[in-house]
Write a protein that binds this ligand. Structure first.
Ligand code: SF4
Ligand code: SF4
Length: 312
């Protein structure tokens, strides 16, 4: 049994999350995600998941996490800031998404979630649950939204009014009842800056991104050749794309991360086309060791590079 009240545990968990370096922590009651069910079904039916077949797997668990964690009562959502600062590119410089200019976040996030889980276990030894970092069928953005971490922007990402959108999300789903946060209002209003700025028209309508057209998907996930219509508008992005986030007015609020693992590899931006061309698989792996770029793999990066080289 725990000696703490629900209110006390909730407060202690949030304080510990802050101490561990999370940007934010919000909590919501577990429930079936009915509105996301409709949205996800339509999105999959339109084929907007491209080759990401896994998005359609475990559909029931995705919309109903009680099937994933039996006896679940709450979802603790946390975010972690990776903003490395604004980047100004020179003409012809190869671009890399900001999140990739440091160490892969999965390990760090998992470590911190494990620490948070351990702390909750200390407060409430009867806890049973799991933590997730992009690793199971959990609709992390939906939970982050429900937990009040921010609202879903028209580009599909979570935005916080005071902190912008350059953060990663993770969650703990457990059997303990806590005090719950409320979703926050959307502040997108009549803004369409992200939709207008997307060079490939991947944001087909507000809140809906077609991965087939998204530079981020094409340069990271798609192992095949990038279609010509995308390459012609790729704007020198070799890995990922930040355009829709960079134009979002709420990202003027972003502050540079204090987490050393993130933003620590801005040297990558100095690599020229010929630097990449002179790499073999071994030097590529050494250069990008520990970064998300290594996960894309040598073949993919070199293939994209060749395609960018031939683009107008
Ligand atoms: S990441 Fe780039 S390509 Fe994808 S929706 Fe945003 S602006 Fe468009
Ligand atoms: S750019 Fe405008 S519409 Fe797009 S997410 Fe930001 S506030 Fe919302």
């Amino acid at each position: 049994m725990t000696k703490y009240t629900k209110k006390e545990i909730t407060k202690l968990i949030k304080a510990e999350a802050k101490r561990l370096g999370f940007l934010d922590c919000g909590i919501s009651q577990i429930e079936k995600l009915d509105s996301e069910e409709t949205y996800l079904k339509e999105w999959l039916q339109k084929g907007f998941n491209a080759q990401m077949d896994y998005m359609g797997n475990n559909f029931e668990k995705r919309i109903n996490p009680i099937l994933l964690v039996p006896n679940a009562e709450s979802v603790i959502s946390v975010s972690i800031n990776y903003f490395p600062g604004n980047i100004t590119y020179k003409e012809n410089q190869l671009k890399i998404s900001k999140y990739a200019l440091g160490r892969d976040y999965h390990k760090l996030m998992k470590k911190k979630l494990k620490q948070l889980f351990g702390y909750i276990e200390f407060l409430h030894p009867q806890i049973d649950g799991r933590f997730f970092v992009d690793s199971a069928p959990v609709l992390d953005k939906a939970w982050a939204e429900k937990s009040g971490l921010g609202w879903k922007g028209k580009h599909g990402l979570i935005i916080n009014k005071d902190k912008g959108s350059f953060f990663f999300i993770g969650e703990i789903i457990s059997n303990i009842k806590l005090e719950y946060d409320q979703p926050v209002a959307s502040f997108c209003g009549s803004c369409t800056l992200c939709i207008d700025a997307c060079p490939t028209q991947a944001i087909t309508e507000p809140y809906s991104v077609d991965a087939n057209k998204c530079i981020s998907y094409q340069t990271i996930e798609n192992k095949e050749l990038i279609p010509e219509s995308i390459i012609n508008n790729i704007q020198n992005y070799l890995f990922g794309c930040d355009i829709c986030q960079d134009v979002c007015p709420w990202n003027k609020k972003s502050v540079i991360t204090h987490i050393n693992d993130f933003g620590s590899r801005k040297d990558i931006l100095e690599l020229s086309l010929s630097d990449y061309e002179n790499m073999n698989e071994e030097t590529f792996n050494n250069t990008f060791n520990g970064t998300p770029i290594k996960r894309a793999g040598y073949q993919k990066i070199i293939q994209t590079l060749q395609q960018i080289k031939k683009s107008p």
